[in-house]
Ligand binder design. Structure first.
Ligand code: AMP
Length: 417
């Protein structure tokens, strides 16, 4: 079932969104991108004459209630964006009367689902010195009560819509378990989730070649699962950022003060071997912009990434690498980018990431499909004003990373099964 096909007229729709927005000390929203991302879905349901039950988490509350993380801080803004007065249910478990009072075209926002431990299904308040047995019993108890919690939520509605890609990698009550209470004609992705799933599919399954992936960021260790999965799919793998120096050191280079994971040298050599065995072209940063301090104002020079002098650290790729990266990207038909190729937060070390972003924009103009995702690379394309020149910028950090690691996301599987 797709949201486009479904007529919500008179139907109570439980819509799981990701309204986990940042708030300042006055509890004002500082960035409402996530709310706006779900608007097409919410507006379609209201326009059909559906009855909206909107549910989300906000932050990481550890108790119920936790006023700091209350959804009441955002309800007025949601009303404003939706153009209808959204009612607020102070207890997401006791909203039966408010749900019953909904008329066609009405909307209700539930309080933070994570006020209840059952949403995540993880025990709370366990003593630090709890025995293994006590921990086991607490886990069992919360899993048991999670079923009842999930049923309460499911009983509110006639249909279930998941538009929360940001939490699709979590098997929580409202993101996955609840789907079991609806038959296949009454559960569906929202528009945002549909777009995300399609974008991931284009780089994981429906690949137009050549497929070039660019991985950056600080460490190999946090990206290794993705790198290994991508080695089975891409034609060219470009590696930049801090992980460069683990590869250089592994090949006998000197890396000065650059970030380097000494316990991952064998892993780096193994990645190089796997690339060779699989016929994947591996492109590493051959030159680096090095600095004599971790500061935007540090002295800099361009050196070979294999020969970084003592007291200097590689904070960006050099001009030769920029050209090699850009040349590889420009010939691509499918592109995936995760992680900046330098410390882009400092302008003097953002040039490499900028060159990558520009090459991706150019390839996209020439017909490539480009997916950018996972936290910092999104900030990068935004910083360079290129977000609207790539095919898709994912809203899901962790969820996107798990998807490109090749994992099945519970939130997606729950709808598709
Ligand atoms: P990640 O969360 O692993 O994707 O890493 C993103 C972070 O990596 C950003 O904050 C960058 O500043 C940082 N980064 C990128 N290149 C380097 C580098 N050469 N040295 C240190 N940090 C880097």
């Amino acid at each position: 079932m797709t949201i486009e096909q479904f007529n919500f007229k008179g139907k109570k729709a439980f819509v799981r969104v990701d309204f986990n927005v940042p708030l300042n000390e006055n509890f004002e929203i500082t960035d409402d991108t996530r709310i706006r991302a779900a608007l097409p879905t919410l507006k379609k349901i209201l326009a059909d004459g559906g009855r909206l039950i909107i549910a989300s988490h906000l932050g990481r509350p550890k108790k119920n209630p936790d006023p700091k993380y209350s959804m009441k801080h955002i309800v007025d803004h949601v009303s404003e964006l939706l153009g209808v007065k959204v009612a607020f249910a102070e207890d997401c478990q006791k909203a039966q009367d408010q749900v019953a009072a909904l008329k066609d075209g009405d909307a209700l926002l539930l309080e933070n689902l994570r006020f209840y431990a059952e949403e995540e299904g993880k025990p709370r308040g366990l003593a630090e010195d709890a025995t293994e047995e006590e921990t086991k019993a607490a886990k069992k108890a919360v899993k048991e009560s999670q079923k009842a919690f999930t049923k309460v939520l499911a009983d509110y509605a006639d249909c279930y819509v998941n538009d929360a890609f940001g939490t699709a990698h979590r098997a929580h009550a409202s993101t996955a378990l609840i789907a079991d209470y609806f038959d296949k004609d009454h559960k569906m992705f929202g528009y945002l989730m549909e777009k995300e799933v399609k974008a991931v599919n284009k780089v994981m399954n429906d690949i137009h070649r050549p497929f070039v992936a660019i991985m950056g960021g600080s460490k190999v260790s946090t990206k290794i699962d993705i790198i290994e999965n991508l080695l089975g799919k891409v034609d060219t793998l470009i590696l930049g950022g801090g992980m460069t120096y683990t590869f250089m050191k592994a090949q006998g280079g000197t890396v000065g003060n650059s970030i380097c994971e000494l316990d991952k040298l064998d892993l780096a050599l193994d990645v190089m071997k796997q690339a060779k065995d699989k016929g994947v072209k591996l492109v590493l940063a051959s030159d680096s912009k090095v600095a004599d301090a971790f500061s935007n104002d540090a002295n800099t020079q361009i050196v070979s990434s294999m020969a970084i002098p003592d007291g200097w650290e590689g904070l960006d790729i050099g001009p030769e690498s920029m050209k090699r990266f850009a040349d590889a990207i420009k010939g691509a038909k499918t592109i995936l980018w995760n992680g900046p190729t330098g410390v882009f937060e400092m302008d003097n070390f953002a040039l490499g990431s900028k060159a990558v972003a520009e090459a991706i924009a150019e390839a996209t103009k020439n017909g490539a499909f480009s997916l950018i995702g996972g936290g910092d690379s999104v900030a990068c394309v935004n910083k360079f004003g290129l977000a609207d020149q790539v095919s898709y910028v994912s809203t899901g950090g962790g969820a996107l990373l798990e998807a490109i690691e090749g994992k099945v996301l519970p939130g997606i599987a729950a709808i598709e099964k």
